[in-house]
Design a binder for this molecule. Structure first.
Ligand code: ADP
Length: 580
């Protein structure tokens, strides 16, 4: 695997066009600096010799140089920013694309805040690599050009000026290493900081309901302060390099003034030459302190790039399609779990040797207490995970042998918590089938019993929805989600009933969907309410990762086993609720 440095270089190289223009301007700006040193020299000498006509002529050159500097500097600024921003735009796109293709397990193992900070803060830091490329060219040009300039002018004085150089390099290199280490810490801190923020925003309902505002404020403050402290630690190191290098530079300049002043007094050097000399030495000192800054920037860029690769881009999906995997043909809707065992990466065995078949058109309710393995079963059906042992087959195809897209395309999913995207109702329904025609949308609206609701809205299907289904009741949101699933005309409809026992409106919408899709497609319903389960053709009962019973509601009650136990507990719940 290439080193992080190489990879950053490759990113920077991708912007070579803008970079080349920017760098040419940068070298031009450095050249102008030397012209200015010469101008200063001529000015002082002409003034000393009282050559007023010469001074007038020189003014014309000054204007010319100033104009060059103007154009070159603006070209440099514009093209360097263009290169940097273009690079980070592509990198963000690459990260997002990669993330979207990573399996569900990746997102479960990461804090989403940490991922968000990678795609924002880390990418911004890596953007600085283009500035680094610029400085890598311009600063040495200034330093080397400066060396030639001063040595040609007065080698003795130049040697004096250079005495401070080795100290400067020592300071720069030592501090740079420290900065890189702290920057790593800082990025991790930002990750947890954004995570707290994200959780607090997402969980605002719970926070308010539990009166935990103070606790959240304190939690945020703690992370915010920690990020501040680490950030200041980095800045302190950065802040100490530049002045230290400048201090050493000033000592050099003082030495030049002291010895150079004597040369001028002796007539070995003109006053103008000394002034020009000083200007160039000052420029070199600034450039050298720029090298110190460069080292710090390099450390930050590498630390950020390392995180981007380690956390996202180098994560390979263990759920890829086989190279020659064919798509699933149009499905009939036969489902089979054959001795399926599944364990989560942390070792939790969520399904143990589960076998069952579901016939096309059958409606199946899956029940079991919380943690029994119902959702895991549904996730395996969508191939969000692969089983550890056994096979999941749809229409006789092992899901590992066909493309993931073709599986998910033919399964309509109605999740437990309705997540609608910001946009209109129409757009949300079309999410299920981007190329859906108006007729198809209308059909889905009516199949999900949304027609009256849509008609009541002023803008009808174009009414805007907020990110979390604002303005919709739970039941209405769920109907939109059902329409979104049905518009695909899926062979298999997978519904996860809302757990909230009080939400009888959404209970009705799910029940209707089960009833009306019976026989047309295979319906798998994760039922949290046994009243819904009772209407299914057949019920699968899970208990601690095992399929313990299956049959119709009546058959299962006659068994007097796990289902009966669940049913009793459920009925008690209903009675309790009715009483309280
Ligand atoms: P149900 O849907 O019936 O409530 P799940 O399928 O969600 O049950 O969970 C089955 C088991 O797997 C439980 O013990 C649960 O704690 C565990 N589990 C679920 N998701 C994960 C996960 N991402 N990582 C580790 N364990 C998990």
């Amino acid at each position: 695997m290439p080193t992080v440095e190489r990879r950053v270089v490759r990113l920077v190289k991708g912007e070579w066009k803008a970079l080349t223009i920017g760098l040419l301007c940068t070298v031009g700006v450095a050249g102008v600096e030397f012209a200015i040193a010469k101008l200063i020299q001529y000015f002082v000498d002409l003034a000393t010799h009282k050559d007023l006509a010469g001074l007038d002529r020189l003014m014309a050159v000054v204007f010319l140089v100033a104009a060059c500097r103007y154009f070159l500097t603006s070209g440099q600024l514009y093209y360097m920013v263009l290169a940097g921003q273009n690079m980070s735009r592509k990198l963000r796109q690459q990260i997002f694309r990669h993330m979207q293709h990573l399996p569900l397990s990746f997102f479960q193992s990461k804090q989403s805040g940490a991922l968000q900070s990678t795609i924002t803060i880390d990418v911004n830091l890596v953007e600085n690599s283009t500035k680094l490329a610029r400085d890598l060219i311009s600063e040495p040009v200034k330093v080397i050009g400066g060396l030639i300039y001063i040595f040609v002018l007065n080698w003795r004085l130049a040697s004096v000026a250079l005495l401070a150089m080795p100290f400067m390099l020592y300071v720069i290199i030592r501090r740079g290493r420290k900065i890189r280490r702290i920057t790593q810490d800082l990025q991790d801190r930002y990750g947890s900081f954004v995570s707290v923020l994200e959780e607090a925003l997402r969980g605002i309902r719970i926070i308010k309901a539990f009166g935990m505002e103070k606790y959240e404020i304190a939690r945020f403050e703690e992370q915010n302060n920690a990020a501040f402290r680490t950030s200041m630690h980095v800045q302190k190191k950065i802040a100490s390099i530049k002045p230290l290098v400048e201090l050493l530079g000033t000592v050099g300049i003082a030495a030049v003034l002291w010895i150079g002043g004597r040369d001028v007094a002796r007539g070995a050097m003109s006053g103008g030459e000394l002034m020009g000399f000083l200007y160039v030495v000052h420029m070199m000192v600034t450039a050298a302190s720029g090298v110190g800054q460069m080292n710090a920037t390099r450390s930050q860029v590498l630390a950020a790039a390392e995180r981007i690769y380690r956390e996202v881009l180098d994560v390979v999906s263990d759920l890829t399609d086989k190279p020659d995997a064919p798509p699933l043909p149009p499905l009939v809707g036969h489902i089979e779990f054959r001795n399926v065992t599944f364990r989560y990466p942390d070792g939790t065995e969520a399904l143990s040797d589960v076998s069952f078949t579901i016939q096309p058109g059958e409606s199946i309710a899956v029940v079991g207490e919380s943690g029994a393995g119902k959702s895991t079963m549904a996730d395996l059906l969508l191939r969000f995970y692969d089983p550890i042992a056994g096979q999941v087959l749809i229409d006789g195809f092992d899901l590992r042998d066909v493309t993931q897209g073709s599986i998910r395309n033919q399964i309509g999913v109605v999740p437990q918590t309705t997540l609608l995207f910001s946009g209109s109702i129409r757009e949300n329904i079309r999410y299920g089938k981007p190329d859906a025609t108006e007729e198809e949308i209308d059909a889905a609206v009516s199949a999900a019993h949304l027609t009256r609701f849509v008609e009541r809205r002023e803008d009808g299907l174009d009414s805007a929805l907020g990110g979390r289904a604002d303005g919709l009741s739970g039941g209405e949101g769920q109907r939109v989600a059902i329409a979104r699933a049905l518009i695909r005309k899926p062979a298999i409809l997978l519904l996860d009933e809302a757990t909230s026992a009080l939400d009888s409106v959404s209970e009705r919408s799910v029940q209707e969907a089960v009833e009306e899709n019976k026989n047309q497609r295979t319906v798998v319903l994760i039922a949290h309410r046994l009243s819904t389960a009772a209407r299914a053709d057949r019920v699968l009962v899970f208990h601690r990762g095992r399929l313990v019973e299956q049959g119709t509601h009546t058959e299962l009650l006659a068994l007097d086993g796990e289902y009966t136990r669940l049913y009793r507990a459920y009925s008690h719940g209903i009675v309790d609720m009715a009483v309280s």
